[in-house]
Design a protein around this ligand. Structure first.
Ligand code: SF4
Length: 58
C-alpha cells in the first residue's frame, strides 16, 4: 500500500496539499511530496482532484 506522486507530471498546483496537508506538501522543488501514508482515504480524493493525475494510491 503506497501513495505516490509522479513528479514528472506534477505541476505544483498545491491542490493535494490543501486537501490533505497531513499527506502531501509542496517541496522546495515546487513539487508535491508524500509526507505520510496514513490517510489513504484523503489521498484518493486528492488523486481524483489532481488536474494532471499525478497521484496514485495502491
Ligand atoms: S494536485 Fe497534482 S499537480 Fe497539484 S501539486 Fe498535487 S500532485 Fe502536483
Amino acid at each position: 500500500m503506497a501513495i505516490k506522486v509522479n513528479t514528472d507530471k506534477c505541476i505544483g498546483c498545491g491542490m493535494c496539499a490543501s486537501l490533505c496537508p497531513q499527506v502531501f506538501k509542496i517541496n522546495s522543488a515546487g513539487k508535491s511530496e508524500v509526507i505520510s501514508s496514513d490517510d489513504k482515504e484523503c489521498a484518493r480524493s486528492a488523486a481524483q482532484a489532481c488536474p494532471v493525475m499525478a497521484i496514485s494510491v495502491d
